[in-house]
Design a protein around this ligand. Structure first.
Ligand SMILES: *Cc1c(COP(=O)(O)O)cnc(C)c1O
Length: 420
């Protein structure tokens, strides 16, 4: 006899059934993208003769590590780039983006961000707040930005900015991050790239965090010269325990390799310490894991729309990252949402998250996360600052079936407290 492992009100389970019906067409599209990307990844493995011998560990300098060399080739092929660096030595997404920027920019160069204010942790790298802690600003790199217009890249203003003065690097952030603007599709990134290339000789870099494998192409295939991202988000497939990647034009990847290690040594050093197997396996799993996370995002939108909440993107819109926001309207809803989601995590479900004063934030923040890998946001997780419009940002879910229960428990907690 079948058991009910979780106690769910009929109100929530009926809404979940309806949500699934509504998003069935989106699931079909997601499956199609996943299948395409999975074949792309498989063929890159086969083409590069990936073999078990590459999973061996190197120590010390790590000279001539075959696994390290081949994973770069595999990843470059997957994203249609000339070259790539896939390394556990990148400590997180911010570090990867920073290494790329320091590798490519020189004193006096202008970096122009064309998607408004970038992700929070990049502010200190750029030196937007102007502290003498070795930021790009400290090294004489000038930062400028073109703001979004009606939440979209302002193509006119971008054209003007790159024509007016010599820009070394145009910086694009693909994902919404933790804002409410839409994420950019590769097609939109391609439009920006076209304008930049036609009007200047600036290099184009894309912060690809959260965007990998959400579409059939990557920004490197529409004009981006460099992309970078984290391996504990999409590109590590939920298996990589740490790391990041950069990919793009070979001359730029080489420059970045000199910043990752040192001039002269570049990519030739870096012991893999037995990490290669999980990085290969993570990339192999990534298209599927991202597909599951996208389904979790659609389901979240679909379910909370059933209860009358505004969502962005909506359950009908195409996805260019794995982030979903739900506008929960008040503090009680936010707290119940995060506490309910936490109660459905495979790890630390017994913990009750509470709002706290997180360093660097103006408002209290509440978070739900119970992950196999510390802070991995490819695993089901949610963050919410306690301020208008009381939006919760959720992302991830290693597999849809477990994520679905976590999301239903978020609604269940709200139902138990009489909020829906
Ligand atoms: C997560 C993220 C980053 C930073 O990555 P961390 O791994 O948290 O350092 C940068 N940009 C975007 C858009 C992100 O989503």
């Amino acid at each position: 006899m079948e058991q009910n492992f979780f106690k769910i009100d009929s109100k929530v389970s009926i809404a979940a059934e309806k949500a699934l019906e509504c998003i069935a067409p989106q699931f079909k599209i997601t499956d199609e993208i996943t299948e395409y990307n999975q074949q792309k990844v498989l063929s890159a493995f086969i083409k590069n003769n990936v073999s078990e011998s590459m999973f061996g560990e190197s120590t010390g300098y790590g000279y001539g590590d075959r696994g390290r060399e081949v994973i770069d080739r595999v990843f470059a092929d997957i994203v249609g780039a000339e070259d790539a660096l896939v390394r556990h030595n990148f400590t997180c997404g911010t570090h990867t983006l920073a290494v790329a920027l320091y590798g490519m920019l020189r004193p006096g160069d202008i970096m122009l961000c064309v998607t408004g204010t970038p992700y929070d942790t990049i502010h200190s790298v750029i030196g937007i707040n102007g502290k003498g802690d070795g930021s790009l600003a400290d090294y004489g790199i000038i930062y400028k930005q073109v703001d979004l217009k009606d939440d979209k890249p302002d193509l006119e203003a971008i054209k003007e900015a790159v024509t007016k003065e010599k820009i070394k690097l145009v910086y694009i952030q693909r994902s919404r991050g933790y804002s409410l603007r839409p994420s950019l599709s590769c097609e939109e990134i391609g439009e920006i790239a076209k304008i930049v290339k036609e009007n200047s000789d600036a290099d184009i870099m894309v912060d690809n965090c959260y965007g990998e494998f959400t579409q059939k192409i990557e920004p490197t295939q529409v004009g981006a010269d460099i992309i970078a991202g984290s391996l504990i988000k999409n590109a590590g497939g939920g298996l990589a325990r740490t790391g990041g990647y950069v990919a793009g034009r070979a001359d730029l990847v080489e420059k970045i390799s000199y910043r990752l290690t040192t001039p002269g040594l570049g990519r030739e050093v870096g012991a893999t310490l037995g990490m290669s197997r999980e990085l290969f396996m993570g990339i192999f799993f990534a298209p599927h894991t991202v597909g599951e996370a996208i389904k979790a995002a659609y389901f979240t939108a679909g379910l909370f729309e059933q209860f009358g909440f505004e969502t962005t993107p909506t359950s009908k819109e195409p996805r260019f990252d794995i982030v979903q926001s739900v506008l929960l309207r008040n503090e009680e809803n936010l707290i119940a949402f995060c506490q309910g989601m936490q109660s459905g995590a495979p790890i630390d479900a017994f913990v009750t998250p509470e709002p706290w004063d997180m360093p660097g934030y103006d408002n209290k923040v509440i978070m739900a996360a119970g992950a196999f890998i510390g802070g991995a946001s490819i695993e089901l997780s949610a963050d919410a600052p306690l301020r208008e419009p009381y939006a919760a940002w959720m992302q991830g879910g290693l597999n849809f079936h477990s994520a679905k229960m976590g999301i239903m428990l978020a609604a269940q907690k709200m139902a138990e407290r009489g909020l829906i």
